[in-house]
Design a protein around this ligand. Structure first.
Ligand SMILES: Nc1ncnc2c1ncn2[C@@H]1O[C@H](COP(=O)(O)OP(=O)(O)OP(=O)(O)O)[C@@H](O)[C@H]1O
Length: 771
């Protein structure tokens, strides 16, 4: 049906015009108001008298605030004007007779003369029925969490561009979501986009899940985890705007390139100032930059390359084991014992006294440290002790001074009373007076230095000294593990860590324990004010990484998203979500949701990728179900020579560009192979191909060449997997790397490999799924 034939075309056309006109008028009135406020501020400044009158200050403050609000609204209106809304629902509240029409957009728009909003924000409670509700009776929760019901009689979607209505689509019970199909079929550039108009019900449940309970989401490749994570933040900022500032939300992503890839979404959703960081960047901000990070991917690359086997077959398993150990619950417990030991043993053994007078006993001091202020970092507890000591001293010092004086005065009095006046008596008294004065001087001096002297008995050490004291000291490691660590392993890990730390380097695995020590012992210089944390690609986190964040931020407000099938760092990270659900958070409180539908790839590509991941013999593996979108069958081609692969890839890239694809990736297994393929491909001057090595913070190229592990999280219109020397084996890690590489493709996938020992790709190319 053409747009003009739609029964409501005229009404909808009129409504759009009306909305656009209203926004235009609002923009005009903004401009007038802005000039007015600016003039008020200027006038107030010119009549500002520094000696008097707060009137002008008040005026400046008021108009500055109003101007800020105005600027915010203006930015929102400008954003909305070309495409003010994307959907409409017709809804009748229970027990009411009238049906209201609600137009849903990325922002809300109120008209003073209307009862219902002109545009309803997609994050508002009622808008939820658009995402969840089928036509008929529906239930949604209002902002107080109460269930409200009503009848949904229409769900309508619009395509609007540049203020023009291009399409109207009514969604009934059976209609497949053509809008979703259209959106998934588009070619995309190298930035993630918002999906407000096509959020699916299972995704909506995650976006709007209870804020108070930690939420763990296992979602297959391309199920929208990253996208939803960002929408959830935008939703929470809107819903809880009175309780949280955007700056109190933090999203943690795997690397800066990825952060750049997602950076456009939150501003587009009206959520500015959210902290977007990587674990390492944030950790270094808190622990300082005395030490540097070893290349966090280097270990993975060694493992992928299987370099260790050439060096020392045993070393690989020990390196892997120590990575896992540093992130484990076992190590958390060792550190907890170690810190407790510091707390107890670093307390001085003596009471706090002045001139033999007890001011505070060790027992009291212990109580301050171990009981009353136990929630604070140790050094902050020391500060509390100092305050208490000062308080006691202030209270007692005059009395002690007077008592000292009195004891001498008494002696003099006795002499005066018992001895007759004589030169000798006078000299004795003068002597005593001199001794008294010296004693009082001493008391005065001791009063001055008493607290400082006592506090100097508390030992303070550098963060890294503490860490080395446990991770490079075999005796301590054994002692605090209660003798449960294997001697050979303990010895290896100490030596291995010492080798790294002595070069003023740390590995990614060291950051969580360092953060935790800093949190419990020194405390952080600036107050940490993060209230909500979202972690993407969380399958690569260790238990300790989650634990350290939870403790530092002192919150359960977490959304954690990941896909275990893409856990390519599983040598150092969680193996399943249970540990997070039950050990890091409270089992009864944490929520677990699954996303099984994949939106990124075509059925044909997903089928092929699923064949790969199914080769991992794991029962709990979740296989992705692609949404119904067909495309070309991925082509897998074998070549005799490297040069043939390069030629074919060059040709294919040129074809893809001419077909209008906006983002193309060549993915090789290792960085080494990427480099070598890049050197060949770039000989064709027609191709501007960028090699991604992991250090870059952004890329704007259409064509990139990227190692498999770095492609995680990204997506491209078309992917060409090239495999020449660093062949894929059937190891779990290799299967995951190949799976990740394949699932980056939205529309087209090509696999080119060199004949020889490449059994896995050979096997896949002969697979039954190839028609
Ligand atoms: N409801 C939706 N409507 C339209 N597009 C969607 C929807 N959900 C997801 N997508 C699209 O699917 C693609 C994959 O999304 P995203 O990258 O967020 O998934 P992911 O689960 O984080 O993937 P991966 O784990 O493989 O990196 C994106 O292009 C996103 O825009």
């Amino acid at each position: 049906m053409s747009l003009l034939d739609h029964i409501d075309y005229k009404t909808e056309e009129k409504r759009l015009k009306e909305t656009v006109n209203y926004i235009e008028k609002s923009i005009e009135s903004y401009k007038k108001n802005k000039t007015m406020h600016q003039k008020e501020i200027k006038d107030a400044y010119s009549s500002l008298d520094p000696t008097e009158s707060s009137q002008s200050y008040v005026s400046i403050m008021l108009h500055t605030r109003l101007l800020d609000e105005l600027e915010n609204n203006y930015a929102r209106l400008l954003k909305a004007i070309d495409n003010p809304y994307f959907a409409r629902i017709d809804f009748r509240e229970e027990d009411k007779s009238n049906i209201e029409k609600f137009y849903i957009g990325k922002m809300s728009l109120q008209r003073e003369d209307w009862d219902v909003p002109m545009i309803l924000d997609w994050r508002s409670p009622l808008a939820s029925v658009y995402y969840d509700g089928r036509l008929g009776n529906v239930v949604y929760q209002n902002s107080l969490g109460e269930s409200l019901s009503g009848e949904l009689s229409l769900k309508r979607q619009y395509t609007i561009e540049n203020k023009q209505l291009l399409d109207i689509m009514d969604v009934d019970i059976t209609a497949t979501d053509t809008f979703l199909q259209a959106s998934l079929g588009e070619n995309k550039d190298n930035r993630l986009k918002d999906i407000v108009s096509t959020i699916q019900s299972e995704q909506n449940a995650i976006i709007r899940a209870d804020i108070k309970r930690p939420l763990i989401v296992q979602g297959v490749a391309g199920s929208g985890k990253t996208t939803i994570a960002l929408h959830r933040i935008a939703y929470l900022i809107y819903t809880y705007e009175k309780s949280f500032y955007p700056e109190q939300f933090m999203i943690i992503a795997p690397n800066r390139l990825f952060l750049n890839y997602i950076s456009g979404v939150l501003p587009e959703l009206g959520a500015n100032n959210v902290i977007q960081t990587t674990y390492a960047d944030y950790a270094f901000k808190l622990i300082g930059d005395k030490y540097n990070l070893t290349d966090s991917e280097e270990k993975l690359v060694h493992i992928i390359n299987d370099d260790y086997t050439q060096l020392n077959s045993n070393k690989k398993s020990l390196v892997i084991k120590s990575s896992a150990f540093k992130g484990s619950l076992t190590f958390i417990n060792i550190l907890l014992r170690y810190i407790k030991n510091i707390e107890i043993n670093y307390i001085p053994k003596e009471d706090f006294e002045l001139e033999g007078h007890l001011l505070m006993s060790v027992k009291e001091i212990k109580n301050i440290i171990l009981r009353d202020y136990n929630h604070l970092p140790l050094y902050k507890r020391f500060e509390q002790v100092e305050k208490h000591l000062k308080f006691r001293l202030d209270k007692e010092k005059d009395r002690i001074y007077e008592q000292t004086k009195l004891s001498y005065d008494k002696k003099i009095e006795i002499i005066r009373r018992n001895e007759p006046e004589s030169e000798e008596r006078r000299l004795t008294i003068v002597d005593i007076l001199n001794i008294r004065d010296a004693a009082l001087q001493k008391v005065k001096k001791n009063i001055k230095i008493a607290v400082k002297t006592y506090m100097s008995k508390f030992i303070k050490r550098d963060l890294f000294d503490y860490y080395k004291d446990i991770i490079t000291n075999e005796e301590n490691l054994n002692y605090f593990s209660l003798g449960k660590l294997d001697d050979k392993f303990a010895s290896f890990i100490c030596q291995y860590s010492n080798d790294i730390l002595k070069g003023k380097m740390v590995e990614l695995e060291d950051l969580a324990p360092l953060l935790f020590i800093k949190h419990r012992i020194m405390g952080f210089e600036d107050e940490i004010n993060i209230k909500y944390v979202v972690i993407d690609e969380a399958q690569d986190f260790s238990p300790f990484q989650f634990y350290a964040l939870k403790k530092m931020f002192n919150t359960d407000f977490f959304t954690i998203l990941g896909d275990l099938s893409q856990g390519i760092h599983s040598y150092r990270s969680i193996k399943n979500w249970n540990i997070v659900l039950n050990k890091i958070f409270d089992t009864d409180n944490s929520q677990y949701l699954k996303l099984e539908q994949s939106y990124r790839t075509t059925i044909e590509i997903m089928d092929l990728a699923n064949e790969v991941i199914k080769l991992i013999p794991k029962e709990d593996l979740i296989i992705a179900k692609p949404v119904v979108r067909h495309g070309e069958i991925p082509s897998i081609a074998k070549f005799k020579f490297k040069k043939d692969i390069i030629n074919e890839a060059q040709k294919k890239i040129i074809d893809l560009i001419s077909e209008g694809y906006k983002s193309i990736a060549v993915i090789c297994k290792t960085p080494k192979e990427c480099k070598s393929v890049h050197n060949e491909l770039k000989k064709n001057k027609q191709l501007n191909i960028k090699l991604l090595e992991g250090k870059e913070e952004q890329y704007d190229n259409t064509i990139v060449i990227v190692p498999s592990y770095l492609s995680k999280g990204l997506e491209f219109d078309a992917v060409i997997i090239i495999n020449i020397n660093d062949i894929y084996s059937e190891d779990e890690l290799d299967l995951k790397l190949l799976y990740v590489s394949m699932t980056r493709a939205q529309h087209k996938l090509f696999v080119y490999y060199k004949e020889g020992k490449n059994n896995l790709l050979e096997r896949i190319s002969l697979g039954s799924f190839q028609n």
